[in-house]
Ligand binder design. Structure first.
Ligand code: PLP
Length: 253
């Protein structure tokens, strides 16, 4: 039998059927970065480039079954967590991460879509559950500025690393992301700000890219630095593409 292995990423996320965000985007990124993606569905949304019309959580026992069935067979090299639609799904995911002692866990604290629709049933419960059960198990949490404000992560956290994404900052010319690792100096990654509407799913793409690079053995700082370059390139390449009536995806091809 061959000794070769895949570098594997377990993506735990919701389905955006238009393919720009969520699990479909995560899988495309992992594939592009030469890792083998597995996917756990947490919710199904009905959404396109301009609106989220409906959202339905996968029932808790089915979520647990998916996780258990994959993990009793394959332990991933990294985990990417996106949309968790309610406190139950947060707790089940956290319990499973602990049970299987999973490493390289990147959490994108998806709360509200860029079109303004909540992606968590009860925001207060969803936030509390994330802070209490999930974030302490994370290698990295990747809030944007509004999420960091709601979650109290603007200045990082003592237990886990935080990547504060600067895309929503007032700064006109540049976009700086700050990596705060407990016990280390903050690291700042800056790119030119790109004027463009095709940014649907950028948070998903960035966090899955970081997961894929961690799975391949890069350090956290290396994975964040390389992923920042990649997302900037993907946004730049997709900025003039006409796709859908709203905010199109970044260009991953
Ligand atoms: N839909 C799903 C299923 C997602 O997982 C996410 C983000 O993680 C989004 C929508 C949000 O994407 P955007 O911020 O581009 O609206």
């Amino acid at each position: 039998m061959s000794q070769r292995n895949y570098s594997t990423v377990l993506c735990i996320a919701g389905i955006d059927p238009s393919g720009g965000a969520g699990l479909l985007a995560d899988v495309k990124v992992c594939q592009k970065l030469h890792t083998y993606a597995m996917g756990i569905v947490t919710a199904i949304t009905a959404q396109n480039t301009f609106e989220v019309n409906a959202s339905e959580a996968i029932n808790p026992s089915m979520l647990r079954d998916q996780l258990e069935t994959v993990l009793c067979d394959i332990i991933p090299d990294a985990v990417k967590i996106g949309m968790l639609p309610n406190a139950d799904s947060v707790k089940i995911t956290a319990e499973t991460i602990s049970k299987y002692n999973l490493h390289n866990v990147v959490v994108d604290p998806v709360l509200i879509s860029s079109t303004g629709t909540p992606l968590v049933d009860d925001l207060k419960d969803g936030i509390e559950a994330r802070k209490k059960y999930l974030f302490p198990l994370a290698t990295l949490v990747t809030p944007n500025i509004p999420e960091a404000e709601i979650l109290g992560l603007n200045n990082g956290n003592k237990e886990y690393a935080v990547l504060l994404k600067g895309g929503h900052s007032e700064h006109k010319n540049e976009c700086s992301d700050i990596l705060m690792i407990p016990g280390q100096e903050n690291m700042v990654f800056t790119s030119k700000k790109l004027e463009c509407k095709n940014t649907h799913g950028t948070g998903c793409v960035l966090s899955s890219s970081i997961s894929a690079l961690l799975a391949r053995g890069l350090s956290l700082a290396q994975a964040v630095n390389a992923s920042k370059d990649l997302i900037t390139r993907y946004i730049n390449r997709g900025k003039d593409i006409s796709f859908g009536k709203g905010n199109g995806p970044v260009w991953l091809l």
